[in-house]
Design a protein around this ligand. Structure first.
Ligand code: IMP
Ligand code: MG
Length: 182
């Protein structure tokens, strides 16, 4: 692997880079245009699921050419493992009013879909005008199709991916590309 990457990871090797920075940037531009076109009117709230969506959301909102607001939610995830526990807890609740707004929930990656299904149920109780999910990555083989999953960056293989916000035990979020872990 490239020496610059080895510097960024402290010498921990990645198997391969699946999506490089330019590829991600190109797709994020397209997603921004899709979201701009999908919401011709009404209040739009882009709701990021922390921490994994933080880089994606930062890039995405700058490609959406209409007024919007941003808030975040924090839900518990895998802890230190690489396997979904099936448990989702809300650790931070958005302060913004959700009722009557178009909400785009931004997620880094959909795996089993458990996190999303539970969050969607919680958020629907707040009576938004609409609720759609924008996920950077989608492990399509790991879950049934989800109608709320309206905007998807890339189909992801059945591997453990890191970088561009995605972590393994909190490492590798800062990588400017997406790689699969050894
Ligand atoms: P799900 O509930 O099984 O869909 O898992 C979704 C959450 O698990 C994501 O928000 C990520 O935080 C985490 N996750 C799932 N797959 C990966 C991966 O390949 N790399 C890093 N995090 C992942
Ligand atoms: Mg995570």
């Amino acid at each position: 692997m490239h020496s610059e990457t080895m510097r960024r990871t402290g010498g921990r090797a990645m198997k391969s880079v699946l999506f490089d920075a330019d590829t991600i940037a190109g797709r994020v531009r397209e997603l921004g245009a899709d979201i701009t076109a999908a919401y011709p009117e009404g209040d739009l709230l882009v709701l990021g699921l922390l921490k994994g969506s933080f880089i994606f959301l930062g890039d995405l909102v700058r490609q959406i050419e209409r007024p919007l607001q941003i808030d975040f939610i924090v839900a518990s995830s895998y802890g230190r493992g690489t396997i979904s526990s099936g448990q989702v807890r809300l650790l931070y609740d958005p302060e913004t009013e959700l009722a009557g707004k178009h909400i785009v929930l931004v997620e880094d990656i959909v795996d089993s879909g458990n996190t999303l299904r539970k969050l969607i149920a919680l958020l629907e109780e707040r009576r938004p005008r609409s609720l759609a999910v924008c996920a950077l990555l989608n492990k399509v083989e790991h879950h049934e199709p989800m109608t709320a999953l309206r905007f998807v960056g890339f189909e992801a293989p059945s591997a453990f991916l890191v970088g561009y916000g995605l972590d393994h035990a909190e490492d590798f979020r800062h990588l400017p590309f997406i790689a699969d872990l050894m």
